[in-house]
Design a protein around this ligand. Structure first.
Ligand code: S3P
Length: 189
């Protein structure tokens, strides 16, 4: 068999005409899994936080410090509106992005597929031990704040999602399952 023109990438029959968005709590693996998906397919990876940082010209921690959470959420909403119009991209959303109705609405208006990466709280807590990069958790009562935020957000992620996936598996396996899902939905659409 001629293998010259073949690579390891999973090709789509045609580029999906919508963005694929990974959502879930901080530390669930959105960025790692998103990058794997991009490696395995012809989708382009975009990290929503990086997109916001580029536009704002300063890191997330500085945006929170200087202007507060509400200002960050407005920048995040603008990012969602931009991303909604993109095609053939795999997006790692910020952990709070898909808990706001206006963001879900913007993404779904353009047929965005939302995938919730589900990881239990005890595993998230393990992964985020010692992490100082998340302003939402940068406080003395970190464990309590994390639990409250997790419990508040969990049903919101579930409600927003077109597909829920176990994020405790190996990133490569999770990436493969997501690619399968995208291909299936591609064919029935
Ligand atoms: C946030 C999660 C972060 C980032 C910001 C706010 C949140 O993204 O958007 O610090 O509200 O959960 P990650 O989920 O990529 O850490």
């Amino acid at each position: 068999m001629q293998m010259d023109n073949m690579d390891n990438k999973q090709q789509f029959m045609h580029t999906p005409q919508y963005p694929v968005i990974l959502c879930g709590f901080m530390g669930c693996g959105k960025t790692t899994i998103g990058k794997r998906i991009a490696k395995l397919s012809n989708l382009k990876f975009i990290d929503m936080d990086d997109y916001i940082v580029d536009k704002a010209g300063m890191p997330i921690t500085e945006i929170f410090e200087k202007y507060g959470e509400n200002y960050f959420r407005d920048l995040e909403h603008n990012a969602c509106k931009d991303i909604a119009k993109m095609k053939g991209v795999i997006i790692a959303a910020g952990g709070g992005a898909l808990t706001f109705e206006r963001n879900i609405k913007a993404l779904k208006e353009h047929n965005g597929r939302i995938i919730f990466i589900e990881v239990p709280l005890n595993e998230i807590a393990k992964r985020l031990r010692g992490d100082k990069s998340r302003p939402m958790l940068n406080r003395k009562d970190k464990d309590k704040a994390m639990k409250e935020l997790y419990e508040k957000r969990y049903p919101l992620y579930k409600a927003a999602a077109d597909y829920i996936i176990d994020g405790c598996d190996e990133p490569d396996k999770v990436a493969q399952v997501i690619l399968k899902f995208i291909n299936i939905t591609d064919k029935v659409m």
